[in-house]
Design a binder for this molecule. Structure first.
Ligand code: HEC
Ligand code: HEC
Length: 398
């Protein structure tokens, strides 16, 4: 009797809470479960440029607008849907050879395979002897924060010779960079090369480098920055304006960072502790800070991307036989884990994780870690099933 009574009163209480919450809760979908949208603290001028960049990111290129003649897709957003992760159905392929001589296939249509063509042209074929790699699009949210981390902070995170003996090294990608980029304040160079940080092998110096390359290699659209048409291999007039490229870069810089949900849930908190106990946090660095930025919303801010932006040897299982810049075939830049719990929404309800989307769950992605992450992966396999669930619940909250 007593039990039945208290059960009924709890149900009643919950119903009251549910009804009263209903009145105060914001309408669905919850803001924090969306990736797109500007960061807080932009002034009116910055908001206007954000909106222009947002529109340009979704612009569909046609033959009249300069698409192709050979291309991979006709808009940024067709791969980066909702600013989230792409799927293997809209992947692209890069090719080269598995050594560090510099891409020997650049003169044969490299580095990217344009597998589509406008009417009257033949799409590109993979040249004989090339090794190729398939990449899916990463989410583009929060990139302004990653861009604004100082070189000095990245140098402090790197441990190329594993001097702390934890089996995890992590090195900077000192790469040659195009002459059109503007160096960060206090940017450091070594043998004429600079610390690059964007792209899966961290080959791009900044968001202008990555964006100009994307217009050119993904859509066959030339700009002042990357004027060589991938089909004719000749310099042609810009097909996208310099202002538009800058607007898109500004948009990428000021997209809000993914916001953690459920962060006070006890399982999420336990999972977070496990994440550092088993060395995940040694590469997926929880907290970084930005240096000073002309965009005040990005200046001197602490944020939680879960990446160190460094290259790590991930072992033979993830070796893709493709070098990029000075990154080796088995090396990948630690991907940020913020937003990973939301990535399914952009990927059609299923997970496609790792560089080529081969992992269909977080558990599978962890089990495919090797190389420098071998010990951390082993630590994961030794967790109890409850601990694994807590860890994954934490990752899904990001
Ligand atoms: C055909 C699909 C496709 C299209 C179209 C595309 N991207 Fe990407 N994007 C990718 C893939 C795949 C990567 C990872 C490539 C790499 O490692 O360099 C990427 C990487 C990026 C990154 C680096 C993110 C990071 O975390 O380092 C940015 C920024 C980006 N794209 C912006 C753009 C912009 C801007 C456009 C349009 C001008 C665009 N992309 C068009 C597939 C695409
Ligand atoms: C040695 C550095 C390192 C350690 C340690 C490490 N990771 Fe990773 N992690 C990476 C790199 C690099 C990738 C990307 C590999 C690829 O794309 O092929 C990655 C990918 C991932 C992904 C997929 C992300 C995506 O966007 O596709 C998840 C999830 C992940 N790691 C979780 C973990 C967890 C959980 C642990 C601890 C058990 C861990 N990692 C330990 C470096 C590391």
């Amino acid at each position: 009797m007593k039990n039945t009574f208290s059960f009924t009163s709890i149900v009643f209480l919950l119903a009251v809470i549910a009804v009263s919450c209903d009145k105060t809760m914001p309408p669905a979908p919850d803001e924090n479960s969306l990736l797109d949208g500007p960061m807080e603290g932009l002034n009116a001028e910055e908001q206007a440029q954000f909106l222009k960049g947002d529109e340009a990111f979704g612009e569909v290129f046609t033959v009249e607008k300069g698409l192709g003649p050979i291309f991979v897709a006709n808009q940024c957003a067709s791969c980066h849907a909702g600013d989230g992760k792409g799927t293997p159905f809209v992947k692209f392929t890069r090719f080269g050879q598995p050594d560090t001589l510099g891409n020997q296939f650049l003169a044969l249509g490299g580095p990217q395979l344009q597998h589509k063509a406008i009417p009257g042209f033949q799409p590109e074929q993979l040249p004989a002897g090339a090794t190729s790699t398939d990449l899916i699009a990463p989410a583009v949210s929060g990139l302004g924060f990653l861009d604004a981390v100082s070189d000095a902070d990245l140098i402090a995170l790197a441990d190329p010779d594993d001097s702390d003996g934890d089996g995890i090294s992590g090195r900077l990608h000192w790469n040659t960079i195009p002459n059109y980029v503007t160096l960060r304040p206090n940017s450091l160079s070594r043998n004429g090369r600079y610390i690059s940080r964007f792209g899966k092998k961290a080959a791009a110096y900044d968001l202008l480098h990555q964006t100009s390359g994307a217009y050119n290699q993904d859509m066959g659209v030339t700009s002042l920055f990357e004027p060589i048409d991938p089909y004719s291999e000749l310099e042609v007039d810009p097909e996208v304006s310099t202002q538009t490229v800058h607007d898109v870069v500004f948009y990428l810089k000021t997209l809000k960072a993914p916001i953690q949900r459920d962060q006070d849930n006890p399982d999420v908190l336990d999972g977070k502790q496990i994440f550092s106990d088993i060395q995940c946090a040694s590469c997926h660095t929880p907290t970084l800070t930005t240096g000073s930025s002309p965009i005040s919303a990005l200046s001197n801010k602490e944020f939680h991307p879960y990446t160190d932006l460094l290259l790590h040897d991930m072992g033979p299982g993830l070796d893709d036989g493709y070098t990029e810049g000075y990154a080796l075939t088995s090396e990948w830049r630690t991907p940020p884990l913020w937003g990973i719990g939301l990535s399914k929404d952009a990927q059609g309800g299923a997970y496609f994780l790792l560089h080529d989307g081969r992992a269909m769950s977080i558990d599978e992605a962890i089990l495919l870690h090797g190389g420098e992450a071998e010990q951390s992966k082993t630590n994961y396999t030794l967790l109890t099933s409850t601990e694994k669930e807590q860890l994954i619940k934490f990752l899904e909250s990001l």
